[in-house]
Design a binder for this molecule. Structure first.
Ligand code: C2E
Ligand code: CA
Ligand code: CA
Length: 594
């Protein structure tokens, strides 16, 4: 390479070394510099280097003289070096700075910062002076810092900033290539529990293991990120169609379901995942697609966790509604905006009221009287079921004690309260219930806690322990909605339960459907063998009542007798019941037309 300011320029051909005196002064000046000063001719051939070249680049002093500069420069940096020399030649008074990699004598590349100035008119130099400083350490530190700034230190995955950046670039490329891209967003369903019970160190190692598993699933072009906490995201590019994204989502979910071994301990987790796709048709930003994935993930959680949902615009509205509902419910729990309604259970043989089941309603100033299906799920997800459930038990106990005072032998004997799975997971539950029973003075033997079959069977071993603990309070336990879950007989025998409540779906239409008759008969017989009381839920019709009586079911509940009633209506019913008893009748309820 040749660098000339312009052709035909008058120039002395005196060699650098030839000009004694000046050269010595110059050498003295640069002898102790930590920089390497290189003088090369207009053609880029090295003519002189300071002795510091040995210390900095490992070459014996002088061996590089005569070598072409370009042989020392990293091939990728040659163009910037050439440009800098050209610029310097054009502007002799200016000094140009550039970064380039220079080969060390040991073969490694060192990062340098080099100042270039041209002295083509100076007969003493007749070329370029390069002042080179090794900045490798600083450069590596910068790279390290940049990596840290864009990666999550725990998992080594991209952090949120880098992930957003990758999405922006992908969206940009998509505008040309028109291939759909997808963001998958997921978090672990029980991570908080793991962290709380096994410690943060353990939680961190679990997250690192999750990251490794995710990395293992992806193609090199995909980006995985930890956005924070237990929230992970994956960017998939160049998809053929949305089905590709759901396919990867399923693989991620399956990978998360397989047990992790951390510190020699096996942990089972589950993830909820949201998918958002940009198909190139509507213009979106990284934030749009991340928000959509978030909404879809939120929906996946609401629909039962452990699953993936593909974003749909309607999810937005649903999520906002749900957030409103959560906020309102939180306030409602603080203000105790709830009331209990009571539905009688009736002895099928006599028609006498045997007990009441407390069913909660939310008496909302804005929403009116809200049925439990609308808010129990949200209360469970938010943990509000804890305080709400305690309020329900306390109010039900208080009420049953009051009725006992008021109606004596005509008062309902038992009071049933529903307890959800989430409440049973709470270690403080039994102590709280003990306190409530003691404070209200309710007779524990007449308090029935109803737990759905699905809740009991979800984690049968842990539940068995908790149910035994509850039994120490002296209460009775009922399995609710029996027949809808998958009870294992061995568990059923080992649980300390007292009552089976046959789900409404087997009761409704029972005389006309032989299969249901068979199921109900089996459950009633099972109950008798295990010494459990049986209750048929949802009896609406005389025929159903007759059939259940014929099948020897002990108790019944349903609109055929009474709907859930406000406390005042229960009192009217109890007054009638007392009057009926005084007349020598067993029941207030009309006999079935047989
Ligand atoms: P569940 O415990 O199975 O309660 C029975 C539900 O069936 C009640 O609905 C009741 O009104 C309804 N029902 C009773 N008889 C009949 C009938 O003959 N026909 C029909 N079609 N329905 C009948 P509700 O009050 O809306 O409660 C729904 C569910 O909400 C309850 O189901 C229970 O799982 C839950 N729940 C209610 N209160 C509480 C509570 O305090 N805590 C918890 N954790 N859950 C509660
Ligand atoms: Ca119930
Ligand atoms: Ca039920």
């Amino acid at each position: 390479m040749t660098f000339r300011r312009h052709a035909g320029m008058a120039r002395s051909r005196a060699s650098f070394r030839g000009s004694a005196g000046h050269a010595e002064a110059f050498q003295a000046l640069v002898q102790n510099s930590s920089d390497v000063i290189t003088v090369c001719d207009a053609g880029g051939r090295i003519r002189f280097q300071t002795p510091s070249v040995t210390r900095v680049f490992g070459y014996t002093e002088g061996v590089l003289v005569g070598t072409d500069l370009s042989l020392l420069v990293h091939p990728d940096d040659l163009r910037p070096v050439q440009k800098a020399l050209l610029r310097a030649a054009a502007e002799p008074d200016a000094t140009d700075r550039l970064e380039c990699r220079v080969r060390h004598a040991d073969g490694s590349w060192r990062y340098t910062e080099t100042a270039v100035s041209a002295r083509l008119d100076d007969p003493l130099v007749d070329g370029f002076i390069l002042n080179t400083r090794d900045v490798t350490e600083r450069k590596l530190l910068e790279e390290e810092l940049a990596h840290q700034a864009f990666h999550d230190s725990l998992t080594g995955l991209a952090n949120r900033a880098l992930f957003r950046d990758r999405i922006e670039h992908a969206l940009h490329r998509q505008r040309r290539q028109r291939r759909p891209l997808a963001v998958l967003l997921f978090d672990l369903d029980a991570f908080k529990n793991v962290n709380d019970s096994l410690g943060h160190g353990f939680g961190d190692r679990l997250l690192a293991a999750v990251a490794d598993r995710v990395r293992g699933l992806l193609r090199p072009a995909d980006t995985a990120s930890r956005l924070g906490g237990d929230e992970f995201a994956v960017l998939l590019e160049d998809l053929v169609g949305p089905a590709d994204a759901t396919y990867v989502a399923d693989r991620v979910l399956r990978a998360m379901r397989a047990p992790f071994v951390v510190d020699g301990k096996e942990v089972v987790t589950n993830a909820s995942l949201g998918i958002a796709i940009a198909d190139g048709e509507t213009v979106v930003t990284a934030d749009d697609i991340l928000r959509n994935a978030d909404v879809a993930m939120y929906t996946a959680k609401g629909r039962g966790r452990g699953r993936a949902e593909l974003f749909k615009p309607s999810m937005h509205r649903a999520m906002l509604d749900r957030i409103d509902l959560e906020g309102d419910l939180r306030r409602a729990v603080a203000r105790q905006e709830f009331v209990l309604h009571y539905q009688p259970t009736v002895a099928l043989a006599t028609g006498r009221i045997s007990g009441m089941e407390a069913l909660v309603r939310w008496n909302s100033p804005e929403r009116g009287l809200v049925p439990p299906v609308m808010f129990i799920g949200v209360a469970e997800d938010t943990g509000l079921i804890g305080p709400l459930g305690e309020w329900v038990l306390e109010e039900a106990c208080r009420q049953t004690v009051q009725w006992k005072h008021q109606f004596g032998q005509d008062a309902p004997e038992t009071i049933s309260v529903n307890v959800s799975a989430r409440q049973l997971q709470d270690d403080g539950l039994v102590a709280a219930f003990a306190r409530i029973l003691a404070e209200t003075g309710a007779n524990p033997g007449n308090v029935i806690l109803e737990i759905t079959e699905t809740a009991v069977m979800s984690d049968a071993e842990a539940m068995a322990a908790r149910l035994h603990e509850l039994k120490t309070l002296g209460v009775r336990l009922a399995i609710d909605d029996f027949g809808t879950g998958y009870s294992s007989m061995s568990y059923l025998c080992s649980f300390p339960i007292d009552i089976l409540k046959i789900d409404r779906s087997f009761v409704s239409g029972v005389p006309n459907e032989p299969q249901k008759v068979g199921i109900v008969r089996t459950i009633v017989e099972l109950g008798h063998i295990l010494h459990l009381e049986t209750v048929a839920e949802g009896i609406e019709l005389d025929e159903e009542l007759e059939q259940l009586r014929a099948l020897d079911c002990d108790l019944g509940q349903g609109f055929r007798f009474a709907r859930p009633l406000a406390a005042a209506d229960v009192e009217t019913l109890l007054v009638d019941q007392a009057a009926a008893r005084r007349r020598g009748e067993l029941t207030v309820f009309a006999p079935a037309a047989s």
